[in-house]
Ligand binder design. Structure first.
Ligand code: BEZ
Ligand code: FE
Length: 317
């Protein structure tokens, strides 16, 4: 029998995949083995370090249950979730950028009339969010559904905080005949991802903070279009450039528009966020025939830079 060299061992492990019936599985496992073997060779990984890695992954498994998914958090903090999302959207028609779903989404938020507040009596600075949902060509989409959720100004989602009512800061809104939406809320604040487990230890060992910049999550859906999972990030937040999970993007960064005092009332209207969402058509369009993105979703100053960076758009689950 042959004694395997480093490269011979990789070749032997790859050869074992020869009878894998599912071609996609074969492709993925081939790349995984190549990269894992390459990683061990490149780092000169010691048995003690490999054991530490296994113990770490074991701890990630032990803390994971139906309420806490430490593996997804690990993927998020390593930038893998954001990468999967970018790669997926190579193939989609241009629309608004997407961003991470995160672990705090809850299905079944109440549908509310346009203009209503999702904030109940949550203490905080009131805001109004408004804009339009369009297709990738800027044509308004009536009856699109916006599913919205955010953390309270104390940095906690309703499911993490016994002092908030169930479904607080969550709501669903349907666009009107002009594709417009509007609702009220309170200004979000930056908050840490759960950092009391093995992923938190790993962040600290790397000298990293666990914070996400202030944001508001959206899932925007309309018949015949790709669901858009995204979030709007607040310009000027201290963590906008160093989001612990790599979700924040330039094109999803919004500022507050100051509103003037309402006529004759003397009281100031809430600050406003204005943002238009553009949805990609559900059917895949060959790259060469893709239409240009909607104007409203790609302000001129950003569009040049964006094309230079990637030429794609994305959303994620
Ligand atoms: C969030 O935005 O809710 C989130 C996303 C990824 C990891 C943790 C939290
Ligand atoms: Fe979030």
């Amino acid at each position: 029998m042959k004694t395997l060299t480093e490269n011979g061992l990789t070749a032997a492990a790859l050869a074992r995949l020869g009878r894998t019936p599912n071609p996609r599985m074969k492709q993925i496992m081939t790349a995984l083995i190549r990269h894992l073997h390459g990683f061990v060779r490149e780092t000169g990984l010691t048995p003690a370090e490999w054991k530490t890695g296994i113990e770490f992954l074991t701890a990630v498994g032990h803390i994971t249950d139906d309420k806490r998914q430490e593996f997804i958090l690990l993927s998020d903090t390593l930038g893998v979730s954001a990468m999967v999302d970018l790669v997926r959207h190579r193939r989609l028609e241009h629309g608004t950028d997407s961003s991470l779903l995160g672990p705090f989404y809850r299905d079944g938020a109440p549908e509310q009339p346009l203009g209503a507040s999702i904030a109940g009596n949550t203490p905080g600075e009131a805001i109004v969010l408004r804009g339009q949902v369009t297709d990738a060509h800027g044509r308004p989409l009536a009856d699109a559904l916006l599913d919205v959720w955010q953390a309270a100004p104390n940095g906690r989602y309703e499911i993490q905080d016994e002092h908030q009512a169930g479904m607080n800061l969550r709501g669903r809104f349907r666009t009107n005949a002009d594709g417009r939406y509007e609702f009220r809320s309170v200004k979000p604040k930056s908050y840490p991802v759960p950092d009391d487990g093995p992923v938190g230890m790993l962040l600290r060992a790397q000298g990293r903070h666990p914070y996400r910049p202030a944001h508001i999550h959206f899932i925007v859906t309309a018949d015949g279009y790709e669901p858009l999972i995204t979030a709007l990030y607040i310009a000027g937040d201290s963590y906008i450039e160093s989001d612990a999970v790599f979700g924040a993007k330039q094109w999803l960064t919004v500022g507050y528009h100051k509103s003037r005092a309402a006529k004759g009332k003397g009281e100031r209207a809430p600050d406003a966020i204005e943002f238009d969402f553009a949805l990609a058509a559900a059917a895949e369009t060959p790259r060469s025939r893709r239409p240009r993105p909607a104007r409203s979703a790609r302000p001129a100053a950003r569009s040049r830079q964006r094309r230079a960076i990637s030429g794609n758009i994305y959303s994620n689950i």
